[in-house]
Write a new protein. Structure first.
Length: 379
């Protein structure tokens, strides 16, 4: 197992994420299969993994319970557990003490090694940094008491949202967890997010390294491109080799659902074999082939000619994400907007289209945006 230095700790470069634990019948909404989890955790320990990640909402709260129950069988100083405050639900903002105490009770582990503001995004950033809720103050107090060892945050939001959060709390953040893979290097501005965090000297934790399996299940053509440069690697391992090329990354989390995935990932992280520049170029070529995105350059000509209040470049960015994802992130972003700034507010006047250098049919995009938003979120 590769290890990375974090302050005075040695963390396994691969962390076991507990969002997609095995269930009794394979249905994600079913009861967690504790026997399989226990077997996987033992294998993880035996092969050097010492970082485990859970959260308040994973498996309807049972992830914390099961992971705590299994990890209690190991010496407390032999592993690190990460947990998160569920601020993605705004009704939780004034319940930090209540929820944290519940989390400690669920896991039964005594303290949390890494505690995060969960999913900082457009929907909740203002509330997260609002001092009236006392969230940061409470976390700092628990750190003084030794019940939280390290404070960080996870973020799915736009880079401007991350900047706002960091302007408020950047000096207190010890790590940040972002969605990072070779697809989101472009799609979600992950490259720019890594550079932003570097400015604050905040190390990067990675979530969704394989984009929920999308980078495993590539087309035959793209799989062949990977085999041409590294015949002995799998699609999955190449996704991890991309991440190994990013020096700022400390821990890469993988939500492994079965022993086969765990064994394969442990094998990958038994050695450091980052992609080189030529291989990186191939990955970016694959990325471009997968991204059917609108060519908006954010020149903002449309803004000066609009007949509405829409932030069109921002909405086009969100539309590109929506086309490629299950809709969860976009739904949250749109939900945080006033009614007159959502895609539904487009009046179809086409004034913005007349000055678009990329000739994007913005009114048609907004109509399709609304239709896609009305589809149920898939998981």
């Amino acid at each position: 197992m590769i290890y990375k230095k974090f302050q005075d700790l040695e963390l396994s470069a691969l962390g076991l994420g507990a969002m997609r634990l095995p269930t009794v019948d394979g249905n994600p909404m079913s009861e967690i299969d504790e026997a399989q989890v226990e077997e996987m955790v033992k294998y993880a320990f035996d092969n050097g993994i010492n970082y485990f990640d859970t959260a308040y909402g994973y498996h309807d709260g049972m992830s914390e319970v099961v992971m705590g129950k299994v990890l209690q069988k190991y010496p407390r100083d032999s592993f690190y557990i990460a947990d998160k405050f569920p601020g993605y639900d705004l009704s939780n903002m004034d319940k930090i003490e209540e929820i944290f105490e519940e989390q400690l009770n669920r896991t039964g582990l005594g303290y949390v090694d890494f505690y995060l503001f969960h999913n900082v995004c457009e929907l909740n950033v203002e509330q997260y940094i609002d001092e009236k809720y006392g969230i940061m103050d409470y976390m700092l107090k628990q750190k003084e008491l030794g019940r939280i060892k390290h404070i960080g945050f996870s973020a799915h939001g736009r880079i401007d949202t991350m900047k706002k959060f960091l302007e408020a709390y950047g000096d207190k953040m010890e790590f940040c967890q972002i969605q990072l893979n070779y697809l989101d290097w472009k799609l979600q501005e992950a490259k720019e997010k890594v550079e932003l965090l570097k400015e604050y000297n905040i190390p990067v934790w990675v979530m969704e390294p394989l984009r929920g399996g999308k980078l495993v299940n590539l087309s035959e053509e793209n799989t062949a491109k990977l085999k041409a440069i590294r015949p002995d690697e799998t699609n999955a391992s190449m996704g991890f080799r991309f991440i190994q090329a990013i020096d700022e990354v400390t821990v890469t989390l993988s939500g492994m659902s079965n022993m086969k995935q765990l064994e394969e990932n442990v094998k990958t992280f038994s050695e450091n074999k980052p992609v080189n520049e030529e291989e990186m170029a191939v990955l970016m070529e694959i990325t471009d082939s997968m991204l059917d995105i609108l060519p908006c350059t954010a020149c903002r000509y449309c803004i000066s000619h609009r007949s509405c209040k829409l932030d069109i470049p921002n909405l086009l960015f969100m539309y590109n994400e929506l086309k490629f994802s299950n809709g969860f992130i976009t739904q949250m972003g749109i939900g945080a907007m006033p009614e007159d700034e959502r895609p539904t507010a487009c009046i179809g006047c086409r004034a913005c289209e007349q000055v678009c250098p990329q000739q994007i049919k913005i009114s048609e995009v907004m109509s399709d945006f609304v239709d896609r938003m009305n589809q149920p979120v898939s998981w």
